[in-house]
Ligand binder design. Structure first.
Ligand SMILES: [Zn+2]
Length: 73
């Protein structure tokens, strides 16, 4: 897979990714499997992973400004 930003090689990695929820909330998902560019750190998520992230983001406490959640496949 080739990076759509810089043309670099995309590789499978497991990393921590922050997601913005609403205007003021940030959820950091730890241990997330992503496909990330080796050059510019652009990343994409597989559909199944994206669905899992959606579930996490729906379930977090919206009152918390910052929440850290571990991804579980
Ligand atoms: Zn790139």
């Amino acid at each position: 897979m080739i990076c759509r930003v810089c043309g670099g090689i995309m590789e499978d990695r497991v990393t921590d990714v922050p997601f913005k929820v609403g205007d003021t909330n940030i959820v950091i998902v730890k241990g997330l499997p992503v496909i990330q560019c080796s050059q510019c750190h652009e990343y994409v998520l597989a559909d199944t992973v994206m669905a899992g992230v959606d579930r996490i983001l729906e379930s977090v406490d919206k009152a918390a400004e910052l929440e850290v959640v571990r991804y579980a496949a």
